[in-house]
Design a protein around this ligand. Sequence first.
Ligand code: PMP
Length: 403
Amino acid sequence: MTTTEVTATGIAAVDAEPSVATPADGQVALGWLAEEAARLRAAGLHREPVVRRTDSPMVDLASNDYLGLCAHPDVIAGGQAALAHWGAGATASRLVVGTTEAHVELENDLADFLGFPSALAFSSGYLANVGAITALAGRGDLIVSDTGTHASLIDGCRLSRARVVVTDRGDHRAVREALRARTEQRALVVTDSVYSIDGEPAPIAELHAVARECGAALLVDEAHALGVRGPGGRGLIAELGLSGAPDLIMTTVLSKSMGAQGGVVLGPDQLRSHLVDRARTFIFDTGLAPAAVGAAHAALRLLRADPAMPVRLRDNAARLARAIGAPPPAAAVVSLIVGDPHAAVAAAGHCREQGVLVGCFRPPSVPVGTSRLRLTVRADLDDATIDRVAQVVSDALTSVGVR
Ligand code: PMP
């Protein structure tokens, strides 16, 4: 076979043996997938989506439906009404004809509730984070992120092409050092407000002070704080009195405590209009489905009407943690480290057999050696259910030798 080679003086023909086998049956190109799957299985890291069935009554402590609003009749009715009125899909990107009055009403209400001048909805929280970060930072800018951030923030940083410095989680002094040592003019600090894996809060007040001192903007992902922390469930930013700060960007999701689907970016009016112009995941993505908009808006109305809902959620989380012997949780997540991924899978399987669904997190979602059960508590669980869950989970941990 003859191949070509680019030389300093032009393109020359070179005789060479093909270095890669190309069998006629085409088995080789994706042959590595089976090897990779075998390797993951051996390491206890292979995954399968859990299929929910309507005929199996399980106690759900694996979802992020923190307020139990996903199946609330008002939320379902809100989704159905929007579905009937606007149809099944947004039909186009938001900039074409995919923005309905329902989208705008939801955005305005969210901005008002959360104390920011404006809000922009994306079709998922993942896309909201990627879109916001890539629109705010690019080549020649600096992003300071940390080791606990959600994958959507990490991917936004990577796609932005900015220089990215990753500090240890919670280390706001390292964030200051990175910002002070920079040569770039523009800088963005990104963090979760409540870390998704273990429900611990980030030092948002300190990070905001550092960002302000160093002329950087701060983007905070409140996915696990909306409906959970702060006055009436407004989140950690509101709890700290930082809502509406001009150098603060809040992102959050409609897919957890709102029980629906979608992501939102909140901040100054100029931020919203910049994202409309520049966020590729807004511009090139079909708008959020009307049913999700209607359902999320109904959930927001319920949360506004019942500010005690997040209090019930936090009380339930405290009761579960106490019953299992875990430290008091800062949000709605009770994280129980098992260590070995095989043992974590076995413990989660034991819970499932007893009718309790729990999250099982293994690398790469968590660092090696910290595979764990992740229990997400809900506001609509009663005390008897929480106590039963605690017994099942404790037995599961004992069965794999962790307790
Ligand atoms: N941010 C955080 C902190 C999350 O936990 C998640 C969901 N796992 C997302 C963003 C992405 O949100 P969505 O599922 O709505 O895409």
